[in-house]
Each structure stands twice: as C-alpha cells, then as structure tokens.
Ligand binder design. Sequence first.
Ligand code: BES
Ligand code: ZN
Length: 958
Amino acid sequence: MILSALYIFPLIFTYRFLILITLCRRNIAYTPDLVMKIFLFFVLAIGLGLATANYNYYRLPTALRPQKYYLRILTLLENPEDLRFAGTVQIVIEVLQNTQNITLHSKNLTIDESQIRLRQISGEGKKDNCVSSTSLNPTHDFYILNTCDELVAGNVYKLSLPFAAELSRPLKGYYRSSYKNPVDNVTRWLSTTQFEPASARKAFPCFDEPGYKASFVVTLGYHKNYNALSNMPVKLTKPHETLPNYVWCEFQESVPMSTYLVAYSVNDFSNKPSTLPNGALFRTWARPNAIDQCDYAAEFGPKVLQYYEKFFGIKFPLPKIDQIAVPDFSAGAMENWGLVVYRESTLLYSASHASLNDKQYLAEVIAHELAHQWFGNLVTMKWWTDLWLNEGFATYVASLGVYDIHPEWNSKDRESLSSLLTSFRLDALVSSHPISRPIQMVSEIEENFDAISYQKGSSVLRMMHFFMGQDAFRSGLKSYLERYAYKNAEQDNLWESLTQAAHKNGALPKNYDIKTIMDSWTLQTGYPVLNVTRDYTTNTAKLGQERYLRNTQISRAFRERCWWLPLSYTTQEELEFRNTAPKAWMECSSTGESSSKTISDLPNSDKWVIFNVQLASPYKVNYDAQNWKLLIETLNSDDYQTIHVINRAQLIDDVLYFAWTGDQDYETALQVTNYLQRERELLPWKSAFNNLKQLNRILRQTPNFGFFKRYMQNLLTPIYKYLDGMNDTFSSMQDQDEILLKTMMANWACQYQVADCVPRAQAYFRRWRSEPNPDENNPVPLNIRTTVYCAGILYGTDEDWEFLWSRYKHSNVGSEKQAILSTMGCSKKVWILQRYLEKAFDPKGLIRKQDSMLSFQAVASGQVGFLLAKKYLIDNVELIHKYFYPQTKIMSRLLPAISEQVITTTDLNEFKAFVENSRQFLRSVHQAVQQSLEIMLTNVQWMERNNHQFSRAIQRHL
Ligand code: BES
Ligand code: ZN
C-alpha cells in the first residue's frame, strides 16, 4: 500500500523518499515500530515535498547566486509554419546557504528533464549531484528542481538544462517578426528578444530578477544566410556539427548584467557602421530596403554616447553597440546592453518623409536608451520598486543629451515642460501612486512603466539638478555610478551619494539631507499647490501647502500632506529668472506635517512675485487676487517677455487648473490666456493647448461650444497669420521652435476652421491625390502632413480614405505609416470608422499589433469616433483582450481617449457597469481603469460646477 503510493508520487518527492524506496526494496523485517517510523517518515516527506512545491513568495529564494550563464540556442527560421528554437543553458551557481533545491524562473518552455545535469564544480566533497524531482509554481513562474544531495554553502555547481519552444507570437520573450521584401514580395522572418521586465524566463530558464547579475556567454546557431547579433561582439563562428548550412556563432563573454538586458536576434538585415574615433564600434541595423533611413541614427547615436561618457565621467564599457529597427516591437525601444532594439519609427529617419517632431522624437528615444547604458545597465535597481531610477533618469538625462547635440532644439526646456504637464495631470488623481512603490506580481511591474516613473521621475530629478546645481549633481551621480557599477542599488543609495556631494560642494545646508527632502517626493503620491497670500502692508507673504487634487469632493484632511519645497522666487523689480537656487525651503516636521511660512522683503503692492522659477519643482502656485491681477497686467502688456518663457507656461497651466477645480474663477483664467494673442513662443502655447484640449473635448458636446469656438478663433488668428498660415515657409525658419509652433498651430487652426486653414489643407491633399505616383511624390509640406491628412479625411470622400489607406500599404517609412494611421480616424462617417476599428483588431489584417492602439486612439479622439470607439470597446472587450493576450496590459492605452470625453453621470454609470461586467478582461489594467473612472468623475464635476460660469465668462471675452 505504502509502496504503491510511493510510486505514484515520485515527481514531487525529495531524495529522502528515494532512500525510502531503496529501504522498502531490501526485504527488511517490517516490525510495527518500523512501519510506524516509515509512516511518520512518509507524512514528513509529503510535507517537505509540498513545502517545496508550494513555495509561494513572489521573490526567488536567496540561497543561490548565478555567476555565469552559457546559453546555446539554435533558431529555425526556414519554415514559416514551424518557427522555433531549442537550446541548452548551463548556469554556474554559487551556493550562499545550504539548500535542497534550485528555484528559478521558466515559462512556456519545454524541458527534457531526462537531460538535466547537475555537478559540483568547486568546493569539497563528491562532485556528482542530480535532480531528484521537479515542480512548478505557475503563479510566479517558478521551476523548482529538488536536488539529490544538499547543495552546500561555499560550493559552486553547474546546472545544465535543455529547453525548447515555438518562437513566440506575442512580442515578448524570444519572438518572431517579419517583413515583406518588396523585390520579390516574399515574407522574410527574423527572431529577436524583448525581456524587460520579466520575459527572459520565456526564452531560457534563469534567475529572472534584476538583482541576479551574471555574465553571459551566448552562442547562437542559425542558417548561414542570416546574421546573428547579441549583447557582445562575435568571438568565433564555426559550422554546425550536423545541420548542413548551419553555423554556431559564439559571442564574447559579457560583463555582469541582469537577465532582462540579455538580447539576441537572428535576421537578414543590413547595417550601417558609424565612424567615431576611439569610440565603441557602433552599427545601425535595418531591413535591407530601409538601410538608407539609418544615417541619422548612425550619426546621432555615437555622439550622444560620447556626451554621456563626458557627463557621467565613465566610459561605455562594452567594445561595441548595435542598434536595430525591428518591424514588430511592442515598446518604443529597449536598452539591452550593447544591442538596443527599436521599432522602425523610433530609429529610422527619412528626410523626405519625417517631420521635425518625428526627428526630435527619434533623437529623444535614442538618447533615452543610450542613457540607460549607465542608468539601468551599469547600475540597476535592486527591485522593480525603484524602476523610476531607470526610467526617470533616462528620461531626464536624454533631454540633456539631445540638448548637447542639438542646442537649437531647446530640448531641455521642451522635454521638461512636457514631463511636468503630463505628471501634473496624472498625479492630481487620487488613483495615482508614489514614484517608488511596492511591486509583487509581474502585472504590477508592467503597470509601473507609466508617466509617474518616467515623467514625474524625470521632473523630481530635474528639481534636484536645479537646487543642487550642476557640479554637486554631477559629482554625486558619478560617485553613485562608480560605487554601484555592475551591481544593484536602491534610491537610498543614490540619496546618500548625492547628499555627500551636496555637502562637500556647499550646495545644501549641512542640516539638510537629500533623503529627507526626496522621500517626500518619491514615497508620497501626488504633488502640492503652494498658496501664496501676500500682505501688502508689511511686504510679506504667507505660504501654505496642500495636496492638489482634481476631484473636488475629497476632504481637506486628505489633502493635508507635506512636501519639502525649494522656494525660488523673483519679483517684478528683480526679474531674475536665471537663478533657480532656492532662497528658502518649506520644510516638513519629522512626522511629515507642514506648517505655514512667511517670506519677507517682498515688493510693494504694485509689483508681482512669481514662485518656482522656471518651474524648477513639480508644484503649482496659487496667489491672492491682487498678485494675479498684477501678473495679468504684465502678461497683457508689451512687457510680457520680462516673465521667463517657462513661467509663462506655468502661469497658464496653473490658472487653468485652478479654474477647473474652482480655486480660481474662469474670468481670471481667461484674462491670463488672452495674452496668448501676443505670444510667439512654443512653450506657453503648448501649455495652453494641453489644457484647452481637455476643455475642447468637453465643450464640443455642449450647446455652448459656439462661444468656445469663436474664442479659439480669436486667439489663433493672429498667430496663424504671423506664421504665414499654411504656406510652406518651413525652410526659411531659423528658429526650430517656430517650426514646431507652426506645426501645432496649423493643427489647431484647421480644427477651429481659422481663416483659410481647411481649404488650404484640402488643396494640398487634392494635389497629392492627383500625383501620378503619390508614393514617390508627396507635395504636402512635411511638418503639416498630419493636419492635411486629417482635413483630407474629415472633409473628404470615401475615395480619399481609400487613397490614404493605399499610401499606408505602400509606405516604406515607419513614421509616415504612423502618421497615416493616426489620421485615418479623422473621418466622421460611421461606416468608415466602424470598418477602421475592425481593421485595427484584425489579427490577419495589415495593421501590426504594435500599432492597433494608434488606430483606436485616432478614432476615439474624434467627435463621432468617440461614441463608436466607446461602444466598440464595451461590445468587444473580450475580443480585444484575446487579440492582445498575453500582453493585455497594453489595453490601458484604450482608455484615456474615451475617459476624457465622458461628461455625464449616465455615461459614467454605463462605464462603471461595463467595468463591473468585464472585470475578467480588465484585470491587468486595474490601475488605468481606476484613473479613467476618476477622470470621468472630474469631468462630470466640471459640468456641474463650471459649465455655466465658463460660458458666461467666455462670452465676455468675445
Ligand atoms: N526600458 C524601456 C522599454 C520598456 C518599456 C520595457 C515598457 C518594458 C516595458 C525603454 O527604455 C523605454 O523607456 N522605452 C520607451 C521610449 C522612451 C523614449 C520613452 C517606450 O518604449 O515607450
Ligand atoms: Zn527607458
């Protein structure tokens, strides 16, 4: 009886049981005592076996440390019906604590367990060991190998595991991608990886946590017609032992790195080498037919890499770096060490197809990924909680890198403002979250790649840069990077290095430390509004702070929070906007409470003050009525430029938010925005449109839209004319910001039918349509193409739509394809939009999965399209879920365009019911759903509180 039980359960039993089996087989006399002992042993062993199988903590046990991986993978790309890979991984494992099992990650891999080998390679005792049984924990993707003999602390073992799988169809792990070769119209297949954050485990069994850094020796087997790339340069290539025409290519051993940064690809791409003296070997890869679009990336990449070497004072440690444009890629780009992967639209640049916006975005992305080579790759976060150290840094530092190479693009200010505007919006929601937050499940890791990690992260780093100054900030970063190179760190480690540098440089009072200040920003959700109330008799101002929230029903008590605020300010007398160093600090008590503060020596009642110079810190500022009045006077006078351009953007953003939440009236807000009729610079307009966009989406559904439309026309007409309307004046513009301003203005002018915008756009579109060869010749000026395409579709015929769709099919340029996808939703014809939505989620259609979102967003942001897209989502959530599965997190991007336009309680309730009924399909986007519901709620609140007040105020300004 016992014996048969033993044979049924062998897989989950540890080696103790194997001993038991042996015992039983040796005809021993079964005394009752012995039977009892065996029984007890049996119970104990089941307990042990299950305990191992049931290890259910989300982190790997800490008894083992992988030192090195030998990864050998054969990739088969010849038969499109059977694209797969098979390999072996040998992991050199150091034992830190005695243990009886090896627990690592593996997902969707077939492992031939008869071929698993385990050997001790250093330390005392017998060398042979083995795996007695294995088990799985699918919740955490654990693969648990129970060992025959205990693994002893101090010893080193080598575990060898064979594995195989189909090349993944979702764009994660080791996956397939393809493109059509235009020469013979044949589909070419390639393979590539995307491991961050937790998909290396789908490509090979490994310790898939960022803290387990190890070196990697990758060997790839493939047909000799292909190239192979990995993190390191090729060491040697030799023929495959048995497969004819196959080769093995071994790459050099890597530096110690996290699994999520491992990368490899087998493809038939071409490359363009860069020539940069003394630098790492730098190559840019793309489909052969797109290789002529690699020039800009090949030039920009090495330049920005060199800038970082200077900025961080640390050389790029690898001998080479490849950047590759993969036709199917889910993110924008991925920073794998030495092999950076991009989607085509973020790496390839065609001077004859791309706008200045496209080009700047490309530079920004390349700069971002290369910044990661230090922040992320060299020094990696200990755990995903500190993801922002990777993403916030790369986002911030990229703007410095791009600025260094293209100072004329003004990227430092532009990117900073855009980060601030984005985080102000999201972080004013109760459903936002702290920059640094506990992460357990893989789905939570993925949710963390959001505007809080990227944009708020970048904004708080900029704040530090501004209050510490260049020298202390840089030297703190350098010592942090040096101290933790090839290791892992958490935010406290960074704070320590920065505090030391700041104190050494005298950049921070000795009784302050960076941790205390920054914890208030990274561990706490939200941001504050600084309320400035001046006393005009004593020339002082009383300052108070509270959390700023969009939802006005939240209690005051909930808002009572404290942030350490660097107080930089200037006055109408002083006009000193260059100095961003704080003149004082708003402190928090040790228990996190704020108290009010008084500032003295302010000017008389006829001169304004402005706090938060250059918007150095991510907080809003509200003033008393008199100070707003003074500011409005200056803005609406010829002196408006005495206020720094970023502070002009700040005043617009702040006042429009305050009006939204009822902290200011719309009369005041409109007096501020009125000055825009004078404004000729990009950033204030960007800030205005960022807010007006939201008002537009609400108001166009109300009877008062006519007033808003006239107001907008009045605002836009002077600048539209100043920028010479839709005429192609781009090549004569000296100021690059003016090109962007004109691009943006054209878009808004056509939306509001300003002057001749629409007829001119239609004329351009018609000219393109009448070209005999429209794929070769496009007469539409590059920088206004999206405006022209959108007007062409909105006011055009069914044939116009078909024309654009054909251009999409024929285009060889990623950014052009994206521009077309995002304008084909401009139609107001129900059947066309409906058909477009279906195309977007057709697994066999021509829109790649990576781009479906663009099409959906394009439809959803239109007036007619919004209603259709909302219904489509509600009716088809299961289909959409299936379409994206297992990358369903991407569904979060379906929501914003919808939620911004829901303005009635009825629609909000409909959406709530939908969320309730579709819980199973929305599980991975829980956070985004909560944020959407809150945005809808604040829209409903706006309608109730502001709609009438706003329409009265706006009529006074017509
Ligand atoms: N590390 C990310 C890529 C990534 C994103 C991996 C999400 C896993 C999940 C990369 O550095 C990145 O941030 N890419 C951005 C582009 C960047 C310029 C903002 C992206 O993919 O959007
Ligand atoms: Zn990044």
